[in-house]
Design a binder for this molecule. Structure first.
Ligand SMILES: NC(=O)c1ccc[n+]([C@@H]2O[C@H](COP(=O)([O-])OP(=O)(O)OC[C@H]3O[C@@H](n4cnc5c(N)ncnc54)[C@H](O)[C@@H]3O)[C@@H](O)[C@H]2O)c1
Ligand SMILES: [Zn+2]
Ligand SMILES: [Zn+2]
Length: 346
């Protein structure tokens, strides 16, 4: 990774230039860097960001210069079959900026998730800017733009967690912890955190977990069943992205329960399950992209709940760093030392 001078065009029709104030370091940035997402190098990394709109192009009415916004990667089109059926959180044709940002020599950049916010300014589609209460800290707000929203939404949108439910979350990194915080917000009575790292389990308790299981030393399925009267949890959220932890999630849920896969698998991973168990246990097996969120609905609401002290978003920020420290932050992420490192720009 290198810090380079880039050229950001003036916003065209439907576009906005945003002055970035903070941007979290996410696993997906590392996947881009390693070529796990596409070969369209050079990438402009960074996508969990908040900042202030600097200028907007023709026809933009929803945001204006000076607005404090969280950037999202689900600018819904309003025209595709999901949008037309009233399910815009599944939009199949989301918008990004049409113009390209470039290196000084004209080489076109591929912005991560259509955002590219490890930069002082970035160009996005105006619909990627979601206005929220400006009294929140940018470092905290930006995290809603990806992993934290994915986790909270996996619980409250995809999993439909409600008052009194039992919930288990397998994998308690940033995404799993956000699922725990979401389940807590939704009124779950019992929230079981499962991880193989005791440090992660300690943090999970501060996010609202009521019980913890270290699955290095214990059978996760047995432990979750024991903590739920022998039955299993109503909703089990898999936040690792591995067939083995998915299998645990599948068998650790109660009959007619729900499994939510939010962890992202790699192309070679395969899952084998007795079809009779899939049928006989009933319920639903779902996957969750970006927490099935609708940014315009969910971001302002979650920021408001945070400002009221009901959602501890600030606990996801382990450290704030400078733009030149991202490489080192990838290293700390790899070793499980941080939930989120957040680049703060002057
Ligand atoms: N679906 C989405 O929209 C979306 C969005 C962002 C991230 N993700 C994915 O969510 C997953 C988690 O992301 P993260 O940022 O929290 O990563 P992370 O690395 O911070 O957390 C992963 C956690 O899983 C734990 N773990 C690893 N193996 C385990 C096992 N066998 N059993 C139990 N726990 C285990 C680790 O100790 C760690 O705490 C990743 O796959 C990421 O790509 C999905
Ligand atoms: Zn659409
Ligand atoms: Zn991300």
């Amino acid at each position: 990774m290198r810090v380079e001078t880039i050229l950001v065009p003036d916003p065209g029709p439907g576009e906005a230039v945003v002055k970035i104030q903070a941007c979290g370091v996410c696993h997906t940035d590392l996947h881009y860097k390693q070529g796990g997402i596409s070969d369209d190098y050079p990438f402009l990394l960074g996508h969990e960001a908040a900042g202030v709109v600097e200028s907007v192009g023709e026809g933009v009415t929803d945001v204006a210069p000076g607005d404090f916004v969280v950037l999202n990667w689900r600018a819904v089109c309003g025209q595709c079959r999901a949008c037309l059926r009233g399910r815009p959180w599944y939009c199949f044709d989301t918008h990004n900026a049409r113009q390209r940002m470039t290196l000084a020599d004209g080489t076109e950049l591929s912005p991560a998730l259509g955002i590219g916010a490890f930069a002082e300014k970035t160009l996005v589609a105006a619909g990627q800017c979601t206005k929220v209460d400006p009294s929140v800290s940018p470092a905290v707000a930006g995290l809603l733009g990806c992993g934290v929203m994915a986790g909270i939404g996996a619980a409250i949108n995809t999993g439909g967690v409600g008052r009194g439910d039992s919930v288990a979350v397998i994998g308690c990194g940033g995404v799993g912890d956000a699922a725990i915080a979401g389940a807590n917000l939704a009124g779950a009575a019992r929230i079981i955190a499962v991880d193989i790292d005791d440090r992660k389990l300690e943090t999970a308790l501060t996010m609202g977990a009521t019980h913890t299981v270290n699955s290095k030393n214990a059978d996760a399925v047995e432990a979750i069943r024991e903590l739920t009267g022998g039955f299993g949890a109503d909703v089990v959220i898999e936040a690792v992205g591995h067939p083995e932890t998915y299998r645990q999630a599948f068998y650790a849920r109660d009959l007619a329960g729900t499994v939510v896969l939010v962890g992202v698998p790699t192309p070679e991973m395969k899952l084998e399950l007795p079809l009779l168990d899939v049928f006989g246990r009933g319920g639903s097996l779902k996957s969750s992209w970006y927490g099935d969120c609708l940014p315009s609905r969910d971001f302002p609401m979650l920021i408001d709940l945070h400002l009221q002290g009901r959602l501890p978003l600030d606990k996801f920020v382990t450290e704030t760093i400078e733009l030149t420290d991202v490489e080192a932050a990838f290293e700390r992420m790899h070793h499980g030392d941080v939930l989120r490192s957040v680049v703060v720009l002057p």
